[in-house]
Design a protein around this ligand. Sequence first.
Ligand code: SF4
Length: 133
Amino acid sequence: MTDPVHRPDPPERMCPSTPAANATLFLGMITPAGRVAYVTPPLPAEVALAQAGTDTPVESRYRLAGPCVTAKCGFWTGEHCGLGERLAASYRETVGPTEADLPRCAIRRTCRWYAEQGAAACAACSHVVTDAR
Ligand code: SF4
């Protein structure tokens, strides 16, 4: 088992699974198979959201990123993102991804989950559909 990766915080960390109301970047589409098809280079969230329609919640079809709101989020433990920790833990045991296996996503340099959990977060990330309730 690999230890989580701890890196110093840059001025702003990005949440890789944020509701539309907090989104600044379009990270990717949810495919019919329930996996994320990442988009690079990044697209501003407002461009993607303008074409999203309203038939189903946009978070069930798009993965959106935005500034991590730390203590204003229910997943914040006081020190780190508890959701990223939980997701990465399940994949760290079963997959053991390496840096070479990581998906091409637009926010790795500033991603909260990657900064705290390393490559295991990315293995989990492509299976996440944001719960915007
Ligand atoms: S693939 Fe990795 S770096 Fe990119 S958003 Fe997901 S967890 Fe963050």
